[in-house]
Write a protein that binds this ligand. Structure first.
Ligand code: GCW
Length: 661
């Protein structure tokens, strides 16, 4: 089979200037033979050559530049300091990972326009854990994958090739230090990843990752004692179950000494878990955590636990409540090598949701923020939707859990409570497509997540600019056009799909394209509760009570439709179509306008892309252009279906008299 070629994403070094010198490397304090260090040096050599034509040599000559790498134990773990001067660059780091990140920072700054002798930065990651979660299945499919098949698995075998190495380089270049290699829904062969059948290959993969400062993690099947061990229970308090795990985890660490730990989805969407045995989530997590502790491993336990068969005809039942209801009471019960991984919103990666009240609602538990870079509900990597502004909103949200240190960024980084474990995880958007992310522009989300998890203070715009410079090296005017496209895109998507926080209205299984009443668990009626008078879910103290899961300041704000941020109005309130918004428009008119504007603005995005034809490589340009064609169909369909649905429900005509089908 012809090997598939693939792009180099943001490591596609362009020639930036023609340097005159060569480079000599001087290393002090580190072992030059260390794998991570060797990889760092080879990245430097490769990048500097491509961008400046300067080479690394061993010959000492008077006019050579020196790249000095030196250990500095006063810097933070994984931190680095880079300082360019007329005679070269000094890179100081606490550890080898810091060296690797420092080298990528040097290359990034050159790609963004500096000369090597001008680079300068003092940095350390804000989050201890910066992870990618693959939802790759071992048959090669990817759950919610929009970029082809898995590049880790083909026909239940693990594939390791140059692409694997490139992937690890990309991840290291944005500061990722942990990767979960299989879907949280552990199905089929994936249960055997912790058996002899796969250990050798997993070890090979883990060695490659290690060379780039990345720990390998796996999703685990909670029912393994039954499925692999032949026991008749997986009750976490059963002594045979515990001893089965003790043997298993010992075996795992014998074979994979650098293993990071397990990610667990339990008692959710058909997954087995402790509830089956009348145990709590903490019972399940702690049992595994105790067994893995002697090896230095961790258990990342997902809080995406809800009953998808809930009957919500009584107004108190609400899926949004589930995470908090299941996990809040057990705050403090989790052992210190457990981290709870919490989706950014209480529902499921919608285009706009409030921040999960569990983040910061828990005060005695390690917690980690989970976001979705894969565009499940945000356009399938067909529609342009730059998600970094959304992640920023979440990180900057004041939970009010602790005066002064109460943002989500404070909470998950460990600053609020002084925990050592925490961070950010993303459901990744990669596959084996030539360009890795289906839509070339969706790589901005992948890149951006990594950068943001490393430095939560970066702005969406800074990240977009960095990504554009490294990926396309565009002239200023065109770079500004693309940057503006990215920055506008999320609100545009929101406008033509589901504004004001209502969410869903999307085809039930695929989650792409409109279906106003569509929701896979809709058998109890529509989740959005629209009738002929109004729309939205009453989550106030008079409704489901969800708003009361927040600390008082936020609870109050959300509880009142007059103080609730309008972009979340229909998430928290059932509102009549005649309600006046702050703009003076009625709710109904806003719905019409938003969909018309969104569709029009999507056309604006596509038109902007056309302006870049001369400066974007043809293959990339064409790929993206085709996606814009599809996006425009999608936007039109959303506009027309949503508008006509609400027109027929409300019988309120559009004030502007536009055609509503
Ligand atoms: O939203 C749902 C997705 C599922 C996914 C689940 C989860 C991996 O539709 O495909 O399963 O979230 O996060 O576990």
């Amino acid at each position: 089979m012809e090997p598939k070629k693939w792009t180099q994403l943001w490591l596609d070094y362009h020639k930036m200037y023609e340097g005159q010198k060569s480079w000599i490397i001087a290393v002090t304090g580190f072992d030059k033979e260390n794998k991570v260090l060797r990889n760092a040096l080879s990245e430097f050599e490769k990048g500097i050559l491509a961008m400046t034509l300067e080479t690394v040599t061993e010959e000492v000559s008077a006019d050579a530049l020196t790249f000095t790498i030196s250990q500095n134990r006063t810097l933070p773990i994984e931190g680095y300091r880079i300082d360019g001067s007329h005679d070269g660059i000094l890179l100081e780091a606490f550890d080898e990972k810091g060296v690797l990140y420092g080298v990528f920072a040097i290359l990034r700054q050159i790609a963004c326009g500096k000369r090597a002798t001008e680079v300068e930065e003092n940095a350390a990651p804000t989050n201890p854990l910066r992870m990618m979660n693959h939802w790759d299945n071992m048959d090669g499919s990817i759950e919610r994958g929009y970029s082809g098949e898995s590049f880790f698995y083909v026909n239940e075998e693990i594939v390791i090739d140059d692409r694997t190495r490139d992937y690890a380089r990309f991840m290291a270049s944005i500061g990722i230090n942990g990767i979960v290699i299989n879907n949280v829904n552990v199905k089929g062969a994936a249960s055997y990843l912790i058996t002899d059948r796969y250990f050798d290959k997993v070890k090979e993969l883990s060695d490659i990752f290690e060379g780039y400062g990345i720990k390998l993690y796996m999703s685990l099947n909670f029912a393994s004692p039954i499925e692999l061990g032949g026991l008749d229970t997986c009750d976490p308090l059963d002594k045979d179950v515990i001893s089965w795990w003790e043997d298993k985890i010992k075996e795992v660490y014998d074979r994979l000494p650098g293993f990071g730990g397990f990610l667990v989805k339990a008692d959710s969407e058909g997954r087995p878990g402790p509830f089956t045995y009348g145990r709590t989530q903490a019972d399940g997590a702690n049992m595994l955590a105790d067994v893995i502790k002697p090896y230095g491993g961790i258990i990342i336990w997902r809080c995406f636990v809800y009953n998808c068969t809930q009957d919500w005809r009584d107004t108190k039942t609400d899926r949004a409540r589930a995470g908090y209801d299941y996990f809040k009471d057990l705050d403090g019960a989790y052992h210190d090598n457990v981290i709870l991984q919490i989706k950014n919103g209480p529902m499921d990666f919608q285009i706009r949701e409030p921040v999960s009240p569990l983040l910061g609602g828990l005060m005695h538990t390690n917690q980690m923020l989970e976001v979705q870079v894969a565009q499940e509900y945000t356009g399938h990597q067909i529609d342009l939707c730059y998600l970094i502004p959304m992640y920023k909103e979440v990180l900057d949200f004041h939970t009010h859990c602790n005066r002064g240190k109460d943002t989500v960024a404070d909470v998950v980084s460990g600053r609020t409570m002084g925990n050592k474990l925490g961070g950010m995880a993303a459901v990744i958007n990669t596959g084996n497509d030539e360009n890795w992310t289906g839509n070339d522009l969706a790589a901005a989300n992948l890149y951006g997540f990594g950068r943001l998890s490393f430095n939560t203070r970066l702005t969406s715009e800074e990240i977009a600019k960095e990504w554009i410079a490294q990926t396309f090296n565009l002239p200023e005017k065109e770079s500004d056009i693309l940057c503006s496209m990215l920055l506008r895109s999320r609100e545009i998507y929101e406008k033509y799909t589901s504004p004001l926080g209502i969410g869903w209205m999307v085809t039930p299984m695929g989650h792409y394209g409109p279906s106003v009443d569509g929701y896979e668990y809709s058998r109890w009626g529509t989740y959005h509760r629209a009738d002929h008078l109004g729309i939205g879910v009453d989550r106030t103290d008079k409704g489901t009570g969800y708003a009361q899961q927040y600390y008082e300041e936020n609870a109050k704000m959300y509880n009142d439709p007059n103080t609730c941020p309008e972009e979340l109005l229909l998430f928290f309130h059932h509102i009549p179509y005649t309600w006046k918004l702050k703009t003076g428009k009625t709710l109904m008119q806003h719905i019409y306008d938003s969909h018309f504007e969104g569709e029009e603005e999507a056309r604006g995005l596509a038109a902007d892309w056309d302006k870049l034809k001369e400066v974007i490589p043809a293959e990339s340009f064409d790929r993206v252009k085709k996606r814009f064609d599809l996006q425009l169909d999608n936007a039109r369909e959303w506009r027309d279906q949503v508008n006509s649905y609400f027109y027929r429900k409300s019988m309120i005509p559009d004030e502007k008299g536009r055609t509503i089908y």
